[in-house]
Design a protein around this ligand. Structure first.
Ligand code: PLP
Length: 426
């Protein structure tokens, strides 16, 4: 048995692959929206809540439009991401720029859009003032350093390059106030893919206490607290999804204990969750093309780590299912690999799976579905080895499938080369 949700059966995949050859990503609109509504319902205990979807997780305007229609905004880390948010109808303070080592033109674009600028360093106060000019509303990113434990993906806060120290942060608000900034916000992002509810509640508690301290020391009352992203999803079969209600009730309890007695209620709560919004509702669908038996048994797909690099980059686990064989016994042990000339181009290592048919054996190769690929999936792709990244499909609520990004072609790969020059070049 090898089961995890996937919305299409084998016949539907056969039909789809005739129109859109594998590999492709497919996202489930209905499941994403239902998930967003569960999150909003949990946060409804606060008078005001908004998630800024981390665009980097799934930078496609079709997805951003769905989220905008649910009242979500965007968290952007670059100029192209700001542009994606804007073209998806996310406007003004619904957009945040949480960048680091920020180039002038990104600050200028964010200021022009009226986006919330989240400062990453004390020196950026004057840098921003000199370049784009200080906006009316400014957020500051806090790095708690040794006060907070980190986790595997993001590392320890004290070794992370992001944010202000506590002393710099207090000084920063005072300086911004002195320079005429009128409205303020507070942000942190200390973990990634973290499934522990107490960890996230502790982060909120830390920020609430900090907001009170900022108020006492500088008179600055932050308008909203952005708890950042980093909520994990159960990639592994023995992991369980975060229960939003339990998480938010924990955050609310900390709020009632800290923010209310300090007289800072009401204060808006924001998050910038990415992974947990779309991650479980996107899949990379490939076909098995080769089988190779040497010291280990390999199944090779028509995709590779250029399409999904989390396993190679972090040793991340992604559940794999074989369409139509979900109920078959796991009789084989395979390394499931791609075609890139890097031995870490493996989607799974020594994975127990049912027997897989490959195209090279003269049968239509089995569809191999890689789960939980809806965030930080295609977005991380690259073109090393001349590998062309696959396209993206969206399964609409009515069951129809639309292509929301085509696969790359060789023309795309050559687009940035000076091909006229090469003819003349001797
Ligand atoms: C990556 C990132 C996020 C989103 O993280 P998830 O793990 O996808 O929730 C949010 N904020 C910042 C600043 C980030 O860098």
């Amino acid at each position: 048995m090898n089961q995890k949700y996937f919305p299409l059966n084998k016949q539907a995949l056969e039909d789809l692959a005739k129109r859109y050859p594998t590999p492709f990503y497919i996202y489930d609109e209905k499941a994403i929206i239902e998930n967003v509504r569960r999150i909003k319902a949990a946060f409804s205990v606060f008078s005001s809540y908004k998630n800024h979807f981390a665009v980097k997780a799934l930078p496609n305007p079709y997805i951003l439009k769905l989220l905008a229609a649910e009242g979500f905004g965007a968290d952007c880390s670059s100029l192209p991401e700001l542009m994606l948010a804007e073209m998806s109808g996310m406007k003004g303070e619904n957009v945040m720029l949480t960048s680091n080592e920020t180039p002038t033109k990104e600050y200028a674009a964010a200021k022009k859009m009226g986006a919330v600028i989240n400062l990453d360093d004390f020196t950026h106060i004057e840098f921003l003032e000199r370049t784009a000019g200080l906006p009316e509303l400014i957020s500051i990113r806090y790095n708690p350093g040794p006060l907070k434990e980190g986790n595997a993906i993001i590392g320890k806060p004290e070794e992370a390059k992001y944010g202000f120290t506590r002393e710099q942060l207090i000084e920063g608000y005072a300086l911004l106030k002195q320079k005429g900034v009128k409205r303020f916000a507070l942000h942190t992002m200390v973990a990634s893919n973290e499934l522990s509810i107490p960890y996230h509640v502790e982060t909120a508690r830390m920020l609430f206490e900090l907001a009170v301290d900022i108020f006492k020391k500088t008179g600055v009352r932050v308008e909203f607290i952005n708890l950042g992203g980093g909520v994990g999803i159960p990639y592994k079969d023995d992991q369980v999804a975060i229960d939003y209600k339990i998480l938010v009730d924990g955050i609310k309890k900390a709020y009632d204990e800290i923010i209310k007695p300090a007289g800072l209620d009401p204060m808006e709560i924001r998050t910038e969750w990415g992974r947990v919004i779309t991650g479980p509702y996107g899949w990379l669908v490939s076909r098995a093309i080769h089988k190779k038996e040497i010291y280990r048994n390999y199944i090779a797909l028509d995709s590779c780590m250029a399409d999904l690099m989390r396993p190679a980059l972090y040793g991340a686990h992604h559940h794999i299912s074989i369409s139509g064989k979900e109920n078959e016994r796991l009789t084989e042990t395979y390394d499931v690999v791609g075609s890139l000339c890097e031995n870490n181009d493996k989607f799974a290592i020594q994975r127990r799976l049912p027997k897989i048919d490959t195209a090279a054996e003269g049968k239509p190769g089995d569809f191999v579905v890689i789960h939980d690929a809806g965030a930080h999936g295609r977005a991380m792709g690259f073109n090393y080895n001349g590998k062309l990244r696959c396209g993206e499909l969206l399964l609409r609520k009515d069951g129809k499938v639309v292509q929301i990004r085509r696969a790359e072609t060789t023309d795309d790969y050559f687009a940035t080369l000076n091909l006229k020059g090469v003819k003349k070049f001797t």
